[in-house]
Design a protein around this ligand. Structure first.
Ligand code: A3P
Length: 347
């Protein structure tokens, strides 16, 4: 990727100047923000509270570029989520559904590229090295498809004002917390940092201090927006996908404006997509086993257990009680219900 020049702007030096001035601006901004230690410790940088959510400084810079410069097209599709809620899965599904007529059925690009390479994060990746990236060349297929962990309120206005579509995935907060703790724990280990105890991590989680946290505000932002604009925002739950993937794949295709034809259904295309994107398939692919993600995490760590209810193997009764209270206090009036295991739900 070209990180210093921009073919649309045509000239290199202004971008370098913008970059320099952004650095100063971000440095000054960061000094004014509330700060906490990140989950991955030392090398991961601190977390800063900006526009009501927590980010590492490096992402703040690219996030501000994204907020300032991104111009949405009505045809764009955005995969949005809080980290560890099923982003990788939803990226794989959305890519496979949206572009299914662009490649042969046994040549899905997911077999050789990771979901995060095919559907790139705008604020963490696309805008990471360049405040004005050439978006046309970044997306191989059209319509353009991107990912984001930004909360709804922080999305660029052109996304909110245009007719572009957003698919959001959330997950019950107990499983999300355990997934996050395991994921960041491996990175600490890799960096030879002492582990963050479950108690310490739990306290941070309940205070909302983690990348793109707090969870309730993130989820409720998209939940409310999806209720106001159901044709623009599709709100999905990890647990529902686990329960009936074929039904969700068809729903997602319908929402994206590319419903499966009767012929496709007869030929088993829905089941084929569900299978290519399944945890079992993606996890074993060489491309997802080796190497590091753009954010520096081992690719294999994006695929851990892929289950609903794994929290019960970790959380103490006192932790469960505190999280149940957090769910009640934040979600009771919203109409949003979380499935905590393959059987139980919580309003
Ligand atoms: P666990 O840690 O509970 O296993 P994200 O993609 O947002 O980072 O979320 C990661 C979580 O989704 C991890 O959960 C991971 O195992 C799970 N996951 C990744 N790919 C999946 C897939 N294809 N199907 C179901 N779960 C998947």
């Amino acid at each position: 990727m070209d990180t210093t020049t921009n073919s649309k702007a045509g000239i290199a030096s202004p971008i370098q100047d913008v970059d320099k001035s952004w650095d100063d601006e971000v440095r000054q901004l960061v000094q004014t923000l509330p700060k906490e230690e990140s989950w991955i410790g030392g090398g991961g940088g601190s977390l800063y509270l900006y526009q009501g959510f927590w980010y590492i400084a490096r992402y703040l810079k690219s996030m501000i570029s994204f907020q300032t410069h991104f111009q949405a097209f009505d045809s764009d599709v955005l995969v949005a989520s809080c980290p560890k809620c099923g982003t990788t899965w939803l990226k794989a599904l959305t890519f496979s559904i949206l572009y299914r007529d662009r490649f042969a059925r046994d040549e899905n690009p997911l077999l050789t590229s990771t979901p995060h390479q095919l559907v790139r994060f705008l604020e963490h990746d696309v805008y990471a090295d360049n405040p004005c990236p050439d978006l046309e060349n970044i997306c191989v297929y059209k319509p353009r498809l991107f990912g984001t962990h930004l909360p709804y309120a922080s999305l660029p206005t052109s996304i909110k004002d245009s007719r572009c579509k957003i698919v959001y995935i959330c997950r019950n907060p107990m499983d999300m917390f355990i997934s996050l703790w395991n994921f960041t724990g491996k990175r600490r280990d890799q960096n030879q940092e002492p582990p963050l105890s479950l108690d310490e991590a739990f306290d941070k989680f309940c205070r909302g201090v983690y990348l793109s946290g707090p969870f309730p505000e993130h989820v409720l932002g998209y939940w409310k927006a999806s209720q106001e604009k159901p044709n623009k925002i599709l709100f999905l739950k990890y647990e529902d996908l686990k329960e009936d993937i074929s039904c969700r794949v068809k729903h997602l295709a319908m929402f994206l404006g590319v419903p499966f034809t009767e012929d496709e259904e007869r030929q088993g295309v829905v089941e084929e997509i569900a299978k290519v994107c399944s945890f079992e398939n993606l996890k074993q692919l060489e491309v997802n086993q080796k190497g590091l993600s753009r954010a520096g995490f081992p690719r294999k760590d994006y695929f851990r257990k892929g289950e609903v209810g794994d929290w019960s193997n970790y959380l103490t009764p006192a932790m469960v009680e505190r999280l149940e209270k957090l769910i009640h206090n934040n979600f009771d009036d919203s109409g949003l219900v979380f499935k905590l295991s393959s059987k139980t739900s919580m309003a």
